[in-house]
Design a protein around this ligand. Sequence first.
Ligand SMILES: *Cc1c(COP(=O)(O)O)cnc(C)c1O
Length: 233
Amino acid sequence: MERIENNINNVVNNIRNACLKAGRNPDEVKLIAVTKTIDVDTINCALKTGITDIGENKVQEIIVKYDKIQYKPKWHLIGHLQTNKVKYIIDKVDLIHSLDSLRLAKEINKRAKRIERVMDVLIQINIADDEDKFGIGYDELDDFIKDMSEFENIRVQGLMTIVPYVKNSEEVRPYFREMKGIFDSLKNSNYNNINMNYLSMGMTNDYTVAVEEGSNMVRIGTGIFGQRDYSKK
Ligand SMILES: *Cc1c(COP(=O)(O)O)cnc(C)c1O
């Protein structure tokens, strides 16, 4: 409990310092605690200390944990979403960070319409053209945005990216900068349903650099909960 509280304070401080360094207001940056593989009691501890937003990367984990989580946090789906699983989370999550195909958008729109909600989503960009990562390529983005503006039950709220894991986070600074450039230019476009409110980038390894470059949503797992133990399940 105390360890988690310390870790959270630490992360919040680092975000604050990165903001000050970049001349930004620290209140602009939303901290999402990434709770994948973390048990419900531990998550509830984190929520007790003031975390308001949690991120999961698997539909199955959201379903298992959903009713046991207290304090009514906002739920973020941050991992790749399979089309056939949209129906399980459409009434549960507040923001889908991983919209990465037209097919997925169609399904989200259909399911959202059925329950009369408008689903907030971020478009995942594969900024490093990483073969192992999901996301829309920069060269496909314009067409994709135009397609998205047609969906009545989807509201694009911004962009998300996962950059390659590197030892020295300075190496990924150019990707974050490029993302901020795309974000800003889209902000000035005026397509229907396309808003640029959130730029979700930065994980434990690289969030201070991401914040310095303009991220306003960081997704932190290890930095709050420690190393994940994938063997437990
Ligand atoms: C696991 C995960 C994170 C958090 O990673 P850490 O390095 O533990 O902070 C962030 N974003 C996504 C999409 C993830 O899957």
